[in-house]
Design a binder for this molecule. Structure first.
Ligand code: B12
Length: 211
């Protein structure tokens, strides 16, 4: 692992906001791209999740790491957007974390990367009611991205697809699903069009399917 990448990963695993901000600053000074910095921080966040599952870290530590990620995104998001392909004009996408679920870090990274690729992203945030996704689709969004980070909330993705079917809208929209517990097999089972394991994979698949 390159020095800056390891420093970012280590700072995230150590979950202290100032140290994460410092590592991001150092990486930017060294010329590392915003997207590579986000990837390294994301890997650190995954490790935080594993340590939390093993009882080595506790909720306040996870919260602090999440805060560090958010503050990094405040700097890196605009940078990523500035480096994006502003000339590309792609579909309108409604993005959100499904209702009952407040995990929004991964969803926000996906939203920023889709925006960089020229998509018109309507990010509704987290804990988004099912009806809000439907309203945006009725309002003209032709793609719908739903994030779910818990086994208890991933079922909502299926419920939204069912509503789309019952309202005769399913064929008018490309449905994307993601989040840590979601898999390609689950996406296939509920009839989603795209499963994205990461923000870059999501963006590549979205570009391919909508072109
Ligand atoms: C950070 C975190 C939190 C933070 C969230 C802060 C925030 N603003 O997001 C806080 C501390 C608030 C939190 C709270 C809780 N959490 Co939590 N949390 C995590 C943790 C450690 C990391 C999640 C994360 O940000 N990962 C990093 C990002 C970059 O990765 P990602 O989200 O997977 O996103 C990538 C891909 O999945 C994909 N993607 C994501 N979204 C989308 C959407 C689309 C459309 C597509 C195509 C792709 C895509 O692209 C992203 C970028 O590459 C996970 C552990 C884990 N293994 O995931 C637990 C975890 C998700 N949390 C968990 C739990 C239980 C909770 C709480 C209930 C804890 C509690 N007892 O209060 C609450 C939830 C309350 C609620 N109602 O939602 C459990 C869920 C277990 C389950 N049932 O499945 C986990 C798995 C931890 C665990 N093992 O116990 N959590």
């Amino acid at each position: 692992m390159a020095d800056e990448k390891k420093a970012l990963y280590d700072a995230m695993v150590a979950y202290k906001v100032p140290a994460i901000q410092q590592a991001v600053e150092n990486a930017r000074k060294s010329g590392m791209t915003a997207s590579k910095i986000i990837d390294a921080l994301g890997e650190g966040m995954t490790e935080v999740g594993i340590l939390f599952e093993r009882g080595k870290l506790f909720l306040p530590h996870v919260l602090s790491a999440a805060q560090g990620m958010k503050s990094a995104m405040e700097v890196l998001g605009p940078e990523l957007l500035a480096s994006g392909d502003v000339s590309a004009k792609r579909a309108s996408v409604v993005m959100g974390t499904v209702e009952g679920d407040v995990h929004d870090i991964g969803k926000s990274i996906c939203s920023t990367m889709l925006q960089c690729a020229g998509f018109d992203v309507h990010d509704l945030g987290r804990d988004v009611p099912k009806t809000s996704f439907i309203s945006e689709i009725k309002g003209g969004c032709t793609m719908c991205g739903m994030s779910a980070l818990m086994t208890t909330t991933m079922t909502v993705q299926k419920e939204v697809i069912e509503i789309l079917k019952s309202e005769g809208l399913r064929d008018k929209v490309i449905v994307m699903v993601g989040g840590a517990p979601v898999t390609q097999a689950y996406a296939d089972k509920i009839g989603a069009d795209i499963y994205g394991e990461s923000a870059s994979e999501t963006t590549n698949k979205a570009k391919t399917i909508s072109s």
